[in-house]
Design a protein around this ligand. Structure first.
Ligand code: SAH
Length: 417
């Protein structure tokens, strides 16, 4: 079976190939926000407004420590001019359009409207001992993968650093207000285990910001750039946002790099650049096929960087950071779920060393109108069995939020009503 689309037409370039968009149409820039600035720039900004330096720390503590942007709560700032000051420095970036919750209340999908009307989504998931937020790095996506809902409308624009950070701050505010239920233990198809792994496996570790104002279990401690957009196509602003997430409070969110996963379709030079940042972030490669013949159609960027180049860049990431790379693989019935493809994947990974990559197969979440379906239980089991038999660590990912269209590949944000 060849990849095809139904119910929508994949945009093509003049050569007839799926269109890849790196530059979005020019739109008005989002207002500059406190979270777009470095700590030094914030102090300079405060001073330029005639404020003492310590006001910068106070504002940061409100926003990054208490997730507050309401001047009424900032009683340590002088009352006169407080509202104007907050409006100028912390302009609202995300307007809530809708929140959808799963029946158990442990997953929430947020739909946000940006200053120019563009829509983005983020998904908050509570697990035992961990709270994960799946965030967007772009409004829409230019990578045009035919099985993913986000790609179907193309790229609207890159998000600013503050628009990326604001998704985390907003989720933290909801958690703090008790807005997300504790995780229920669900059961899913996991070979050899009755307890499913959570969707986004990160190594357990202590949280460096444990002693801060808001305890770790009351805020997002795991971020995955697996919402809308290709993070490495918005490299500068994604890195800027990550630095704010990592900065200790009050200058940033005090998160740990290991708890942040950057997921990419495989922009090989950008993967190498990310490796060379010297940060122990988690990197995930959306591979989905081990052979160029299929991957050329499944992931249009494969035209530019082939499977081997993407894998070499991923291996470089491991060698440079010491962080085990995740290989994402959406199992699509009769498309990429063949036993020989599992063998070829294992062969290609093992050829580059042992234990450096962990494969995360996930059953496809079909997009509306899709003719594709998730692999069946037998093929899924066999795919995993072969990887594991070849010595490649592999765990089936649990899908969260399907019933609210909040699962991987389902974020479209096309309609606001
Ligand atoms: N652009 C980045 C991050 C966004 S997508 C990337 O591609 O990695 C996050 C993950 O969801 C990727 O692994 C992507 O391939 C996967 N995905 C997309 N559509 C999906 C679908 N319909 N079912 C399951 N996973 C999907």
């Amino acid at each position: 079976m060849r990849p095809a689309t139904e119910g929508w037409t994949q945009a093509r370039d003049t050569g007839g190939r799926p269109l890849l968009q790196f530059d979005a149409p020019k739109r008005g820039k989002p207002p500059v926000h406190w979270a777009d600035l470095t700590p030094e720039e914030r102090v300079a900004k405060a001073e330029s407004l005639g404020l003492p330096r310590f006001r910068a720390k106070q504002l940061s503590a409100h926003y990054f420590g208490h997730y507050a942007d309401d001047p009424a709560l900032m009683t340590d700032l002088p009352r006169a001019g407080r509202e104007e000051l907050v409006a100028a420095l912390l302009p609202p970036l995300l307007t809530p359009v809708r929140q959808l919750r799963t029946d158990d209340g442990a997953t929430i999908k947020f739909l946000w409207r940006l200053h120019d009307g563009a829509l983005i989504e983020s998904v908050l998931m509570r697990y035992p001992g961990r709270i994960t937020l799946c965030i967007s790095s772009q409004a829409g996506c230019g990578m045009n993968c035919p099985f993913c809902a986000t790609g179907q409308a193309g790229l609207t624009r890159n998000l600013s650093a503050a628009e990326i950070v604001a998704q985390v701050v907003a989720a933290n505010a909801v958690i703090r207000a008790g807005g997300i239920a504790p995780a229920a233990v669900s059961t899913a198809l996991v070979p050899g285990s009755s307890l499913p792994p959570s969707a986004f496996d990160v190594e357990p570790e202590s949280d460096p910001a444990e002693d801060d104002a808001v305890p770790a279990h009351h805020r997002v401690n795991n971020i995955v750039f697996m919402g809308m957009g290709e993070p490495l196509a918005n490299y500068g602003r994604v890195m800027q946002a990550i630095r704010v997430m990592l900065a200790p409070q009050p200058d940033g969110l005090g998160m740990s790099a290991r708890g942040i996963t950057v997921s990419s379709v495989g922009l090989a030079p950008a993967i190498r650049r990310l490796a060379d940042e010297g940060l122990p972030l988690t990197f995930a490669l959306s591979l989905h096929a081990p052979d160029d013949e299929l991957r050329d159609d499944l992931i249009p960027i494969n035209d530019r960087w082939k499977v081997d180049e993407a894998l070499d860049a991923a291996r470089h990431y491991f060698e440079t950071t010491g962080r085990r790379v995740s290989i994402e693989y959406a199992l699509i019935k009769d498309m990429n779920d063949h036993a020989w493809r599992a063998d070829l994947l294992a062969e290609k990974l093992n050829a580059r060393g042992r234990g450096w990559a962990h494969v995360n197969p996930i059953p496809l979440n079909p997009t509306p109108g899709s003719i594709w379906t998730a692999s069946d239980r037998e093929h899924t089991r066999e795919f995993l069995r072969r990887l594991i038999a070849a010595g490649v660590p592999a765990t089936l990912r649990d899908t969260r939020g399907k019933e609210i269209d909040g699962a991987c590949g389902q974020l479209a944000a096309a309609t606001a009503d």
